[in-house]
Design a protein around this ligand. Structure first.
Ligand SMILES: C[S@@+](CC[C@H](N)C(=O)[O-])C[C@H]1O[C@@H](n2cnc3c(N)ncnc32)[C@H](O)[C@@H]1O
Length: 311
């Protein structure tokens, strides 16, 4: 996914090789990860696609089946991996992940401790953020989950950036060898307050802790625990609203679904280069309309951040 050598970082110029992981994209809500194999085929409703036709093509290519159906072959970025990975647990999604990476100030070279690993959704983005010289040490007490996560990091070529450990962090804390070494610690645990004292000891002075919890009662308990050794304690709920923006024919400036459909400033499309009325709102023409997508995700959880006090 993201080789340790930044000169090999994925770009649209990189060509697909035998053994690469690609994201087969049909639509934004229909993608899957496929490992390219010279003799392999992919069969879907658009026809049969031979992997051998993909090899040598740049990531991002549109490829055709024998029936002239098509798909896109995308590079397996953390953003896309989060959408196609197998869910062995609840996972963090793009909006929370982006906020976490930014607010925790995770940059190349950082050392990050994480618990629990879960399905590795967040870990994948953490790994890219610390690459090429940083490292993510992620822990889960569920051995099978940790093993699956290791397999995934092999598949996505992130294993040089991530170490998966098996440990009960709520019960025993993080391993002592990490004392004072972490730039940031991320917790996604049912009782994070039990792990917070240990997380504090692992952080460098001024390091940042983040805890993700689905329930506000967990947040309240965590914040009480954070008060003794942390400062700048802040909790956020990141709500994401996606929009469908498309061209539609309408009779009036409002939509046909009970006024819910709101036209953007409705400008008639220019018919020709010399159409000077293009800025006028049309009463019966093609307009670009936008409405919140029906399947928009609501509450995922609360993100509590705190900075380790320099004593
Ligand atoms: C919700 S999942 C984490 C999902 C992850 N953030 C992701 O984005 O894929 C929570 C994980 O914490 C692990 N866990 C729960 N209690 C734990 C403990 N005491 N020590 C270590 N891991 C624990 C669970 O096994 C589970 O895999």
């Amino acid at each position: 996914m993201l080789p340790g050598d930044p000169s090999q970082a994925i770009s649209l110029q990189r060509r697909i090789r035998d053994g690469d992981l690609v994201i087969v994209y049909e639509r934004h809500d229909n993608m899957k990860a496929v490992k390219v194999n010279e003799g392999g085929v992919l069969q879907n409703r658009f026809g049969v696609f031979k992997h051998s036709d993909w090899i040598g093509k740049p990531f991002g290519s549109k490829v055709f089946s024998h029936k002239k159906g098509f798909i896109y072959l995308l590079a397996p970025t953390p953003e896309l991996w989060t959408l196609v990975l197998s869910h062995r647990t609840q996972i963090l999604y793009l909006a929370d992940i982006s906020f976490v990476i930014m607010y925790m100030e995770i940059v190349p070279g950082c050392v990050v401790l994480e618990c629990g690993t879960g399905s590795g959704s967040l870990t994948t983005s953490l790994a890219r953020a610390v690459a090429p010289s940083g490292h993510v040490y992620t822990f889960d007490f569920h051995e099978q989950r940790a093993a699956y996560a290791r397999e995934d990091f092999e598949l996505t070529q992130l294993s040089s950036l991530v170490t998966v450990g098996v440990a009960d962090i709520q019960g025993d804390g993080f391993p002592a060898k990490f004392l004072g070494t972490a730039d940031s610690v991320f917790l996604d645990l049912p009782q994070p307050w039990l792990a917070i004292p240990s997380a504090g000891k692992m952080l460098k002075p001024d390091g940042i802790l983040c805890s993700f919890s689905p329930c506000i009662e967990q947040v309240q308990h965590s914040c009480e625990t954070l008060k003794s050794k942390f400062t700048d304690i802040r909790t956020f709920e990141v709500l994401l609203r996606t929009y469908e923006v498309k061209e539609a024919r309408t009779e009036a400036s409002c939509g046909d679904d009970g006024g819910f459909l709101r036209p953007l400033p409705c400008k008639r499309r220019p018919q020709s280069a010399g159409d000077h009325d293009a800025d006028e709102v049309s009463s019966d023409s093609a307009v670009v309309v936008a409405k919140p997508a029906a399947e928009a995700r609501g509450h995922t959880g609360y993100l509590t951040f705190a900075r380790h006090q320099c004593l």
